[in-house]
Design a protein around this ligand. Sequence first.
Ligand SMILES: Cc1ncc(COP(=O)(O)O)c(C=O)c1O
Length: 344
Amino acid sequence: MLSPYLSKEFLRQNDAETVIKLNANENPYGPPKSVLDSIRHFDGELFRYQGIYANNLREQLASFHGLESQMIMLGAGSSVLLQLLGHYVQQKSATLHYCSPTFNILPDTLKKAGGKLNSLPLTTDYKFDLAALKEADETPGAIYLVNPNNPTGTFYERTEMELFCKSINSKTLIILDEAYIEYAGDGQSLVGLLKQMPNLIIVRTFSKIYGMAGLRMGYLMASAAIIRQLQQLVPWPNHDLSTLSLVAAGNALQSSSFVQTTRTTNARVMQSTIKALESLGYRCSPSVANFVYFNTKGKNLRAALEGYGVQIGQLDYENQTFARVTVGKEQEMERFVQCLQKLN
Ligand SMILES: Cc1ncc(COP(=O)(O)O)c(C=O)c1O
């Protein structure tokens, strides 16, 4: 439901024409035009179920990542796959070790299923505490890593993450959520480790840099043995996928120039947003993703900005209040900064 703050009347009074949505880490530039064209000009048979298109996308992803298609599982958004992983961890009676704050669907699913969780704090520079996670690991165990992390945007380079994963007991399941990895640059994913590490699961999405959040398409990659076990938890794998989303995702994989341009534009707009926030006295974490996490100086910025038609996220972390703003288009960020200036 629309907050009462965001009624048309309220927005008019506050000189805001439209709502600026900077709260869900969506990519305002997407999807790529070729993806939209592939939907507009689709001439296949929509009266048929999507099975063949799901198989095609698995093949396309396999060749994109240099894997076999049996190592890929699709989902209507990666959230669905993270929920599935929650049930998988529960089935193995494993304790899930992770750091907070992070993206919560996997821990929340496990909690609701009555599973065991061990939430550790981030380091003082807002990163996953790899040393503490290694120390806490026990058998049967699972570790959830989000790299770059949401909401902090903090990141470990591939080499460091690889060393960490290799140092972990090979019986421990490592679930690595790479929802924002493309923003961190080429060659940062741990996909190349999958063939050597049968305990590694990588989760990816088309919702972020590909700008396809509304199309709901995500996937996970793991050993064929893990994929088979996961499929046993789902009565009909792929049944909830849509043909058009599958076609669109396959097309998106060919949009490397779109990915590059989005990455560069996002980085430029993010740097100027961070600069503006810091000049207003806010402390920002060093993000490589498409959002910025900053200390609100004790203000309820989310409610206050909503009054100007600007939506951001806010959370209370260790009794200090933090906000997360998605990097939108340049003009949207200018408006965000103007509103913050009024509130300073
Ligand atoms: C770290 C992370 N993983 C996964 C997701 C889920 O994205 P989706 O379900 O759209 O694929 C999000 C969404 O914000 C996220 O931040």
